[in-house]
Design a protein around this ligand. Sequence first.
Ligand SMILES: [Zn+2]
Length: 373
Amino acid sequence: MTKTIERTHVSAPIKPRLKVGVRVLSKGNSIFVGSADFGIELRSPCAREIVGQLNGSLSENEISANLNIPLENVGEVITRLDEAHLIDTQLSKLEIYSRFNSHLKSESTQQRELALDGAHQQIQSKLIPELAFTTWLADVRDGGVFNIGSRRDIDLQIIGENRIASLLFGIMLASGVSNTSLLSSQETIQTQDICAGYFRASDIGLSLTRRTEELSRELSLFPLPQKIKKSDDLFPTRSLRVVLGKIPADQIQDWMSQGIPHLIIEDPDGASINIGPLVIPGSGPCLRCVRITREEENEIWKEIEWQRAFAQSLETPVAVAHSVAGTVALELLRFIDSGESTLIGSMAHIKYHSPCNTEHRNFAQHPACGCNW
Ligand SMILES: [Zn+2]
């Protein structure tokens, strides 16, 4: 996997460009650059002309020469925009699976062929919306390209039988997490799996493994080989697990000892569902810490947990499944891209009847749990 992406820093000349979604508004003698949430005011008399040239194809020197404005003034505007995280100033190269690239061909031949390749153009058009997520992450100055490419470096396993699991599987693949797999104890696709998601009525009764392999190739943002086989080049170096429903205690123990981060999404509880925490082994609370804390606070919790361990899982309504899968996917992508997530050591409680009023509950390591020794 390390061979599929490289970050190329262009030392000189820098060709700055406004980040996607940045707006430029006139305000009397000055201009406002930013969005409804955040922006800066530039009072320099030439600011509007300079900002108009920030399209990623011109260097500071070229802008200065084009507009006949001193280099110092151009540099000043660019520095202010860079400090406000409103422009990209670096270039990263995104390498895509070998169908699109051959080391035997020159770069210019490859570029000509890629411009004519419909599949490559499709990937580019699907990449643009994804870049709108990564380019706004803190310290990203390459339009978010490196982060999107690095999503292929994650071995993501989604373990569970419910609708949220299958929706999450599709969303993560389509977001560039190419090495996503769906693991289920159920061998075939069932009626309740059909929820306006990735499985269709004609899939009922088909092998879950075979259908998810086909879907991987259909949905993946980056092209996958016809036979999905992990070669040395494509083998991801980072792992992440998501468990839905029943928690496999032995696997959790393995992930703790191997240092693999894991996110828990419990079975629904009445008309509500808990998401989290995202456990980072060796840092913050583990699932046992959470369990001990909940048992201490609520004496009936232990019994409820015991009953749930043996009861048949409740399926979620279609709208809840889509909402939870979308929210979880955003948190996982943020974690993959930046190492940060609101769900680290925290549980989000979503009520079906009031989904926008999410309650968060933070947990700490419990002194009675052995994980902090
Ligand atoms: Zn613990």
